[in-house]
Design a binder for this molecule. Structure first.
Ligand SMILES: O=C(O)C1=C[C@@H](OP(=O)(O)O)[C@@H](O)[C@H](O)C1
Ligand SMILES: C=C(OP(=O)(O)O)C(=O)O
Length: 399
């Protein structure tokens, strides 16, 4: 795809439904005692992988309505590239008598599963392998488990969902991406799950109620369009609830730190730019913002430092991916163990790679809009992992 620089980006659009909440609602509907209706679910590669996982576990699903099985049955779950689908399926397979096979695409086989596997083994499940493909033979013995969450909060979220089925006490050690754990708890409450907590120690009681659940808008996907407003004009994204706990709501605070103006309405966010200046921040609690934060830093005056502990374990090594791409655009970057140092200026158009990572593809598309000269972005299909309509939405903002 060729992307040429534009004079301005201005307009408004609706945020697509949240990918993270869609995953949670589907898996809780699988565990529920009765039928659920999921309103406005996100349809993308990752949530289709989760729908297939529900079918593998015996649910009858048509995208909106989920009729759970009497008891989930063991099956074969192919999670594509979806880390959330894989971790939640591995955890829930611990509640099932019999052996479930979970596998994924090439990159997902390289992504960490060990902390979750160790926790399931501690609970008495038989798990062979510490990365995909692996099999899980349940059932676990309900009890107390401690999980190392330094590589992914999804290990904690998966165990909390398992707890909603069998009853568990879960202690999370060194969690990253902590707001995603809050998103899991909030969705569990919506499905009538009872739990108590003390910090990151949780006691989850078994029982999930069939529910009509409406998926809110996705702040992670909205961040790319809002960044374009900060960099090149003014953008408003509707369908974003102020009363939410999504991790990438923190992206708005980061934009303000860069010097952008952010207006938070009851159900929308509006951003416009100004003279942007360098920042130093740790996004370990909102890691999906890293690629687009690096792009904003590439246009902000001064030297920014942006880091997060778990960036190398995503759909790509996102530190390396952004270092390679921004360097090709003539941006001075220094790669750190857990992030990048970025000297802001005026990037040049270049041929850049997506590394088959949807957030790299979307971030570099925004970077290209302000560059000196056209850019070529290879393999942009990965945007369908989270937002198949990304380029349609972006064109709408280009007048
Ligand atoms: O629980 C979730 O929905 C997610 C948690 C985060 O992963 P980590 O907890 O592995 O950082 C995030 O990167 C991912 O896009 C979605
Ligand atoms: C990392 C992501 O998702 P997952 O972990 O579910 O693959 C993402 O959407 O950026």
């Amino acid at each position: 795809m060729i992307i040429r620089p534009v004079d301005e980006v201005r307009g408004e659009l609706d945020a697509p439904p949240s990918k993270s909440y869609t995953h949670r609602a589907y898996f809780l509907a699988l565990l529920a005692e009765g039928r659920s209706t999921i309103e406005n679910p996100l349809v993308c590669d990752d949530t289709l992988a989760t729908l297939n996982a529900l079918r593998a576990f015996g649910a009858d699903v048509d995208g909106k309505t989920v009729v759970p099985p009497e008891e989930p049955s063991p099956g074969f779950v192919y999670a594509r590239e979806s880390g959330t689908t894989a971790r939640f399926s591995i955890a829930l397979a611990g509640s099932i008598e019999g052996k479930t096979l979970i596998d994924g695409a090439r990159r997902l086989r390289e992504r960490p599963m060990e902390g979750l596997v160790k926790a399931l083994k501690d609970l008495g499940a038989e798990v062979d392998g510490f990365s995909l493909p692996l099999t899980v033979k349940g059932p676990v013995k309900p009890g107390r488990v401690s999980v190392d969450a330094s590589k992914s909060s999804q290990f904690v979220s998966g165990l909390l969902l398992l707890g909603a089925k069998v009853g568990l006490k879960v202690e999370a050690r060194n969690p990253v991406s902590k707001p995603y754990i809050e998103m899991t708890l909030r969705t569990m409450e919506a499905f009538g799950v009872e739990f108590e907590r003390d910090g990151f120690y949780f006691e989850v009681y078994p029982g999930v109620k069939g529910t009509r659940y409406k998926v809110p808008g996705d702040y992670s996907t909205a961040s790319f369009f809002l960044a374009a407003g900060a960099l090149y004009g003014k953008v408003r994204v509707n369908n974003l609830l102020r009363e939410d706990v999504q991790a990438d709501m923190a992206f708005l605070d980061a934009l303000e730190e860069f010097g952008a103006r952010v207006k938070r309405g009851r159900d929308y966010v509006e951003v416009d730019g100004g003279e942007l200046k360098a920042v130093a921040l740790d996004c370990s609690d909102f890691p999906d913002s890293f690629p687009i934060l690096a792009v904003v830093a590439a246009y902000a005056k001064g030297r920014s430092v942006i880091r997060a502990r778990q960036l190398r374990f995503k759909e790509s090594d996102r530190v390396r991916a952004m270092a390679v791409n921004l360097s090709r655009m003539g941006v001075k970057v220094r790669e750190l163990e857990d992030g990048l140092e970025i000297e802001g200026g005026r990037p040049r158009g270049a041929k850049v790679e997506t590394f088959n990572d949807h957030r790299i593809a979307m971030a570099m598309s925004i970077a290209a809009l302000g560059a000196e000269g056209p850019s070529v972005i290879e393999d942009t299909e990965s945007v369908s992992k989270s937002h198949p309509g990304f380029f349609d939405d972006l064109r709408r903002l280009l007048g």
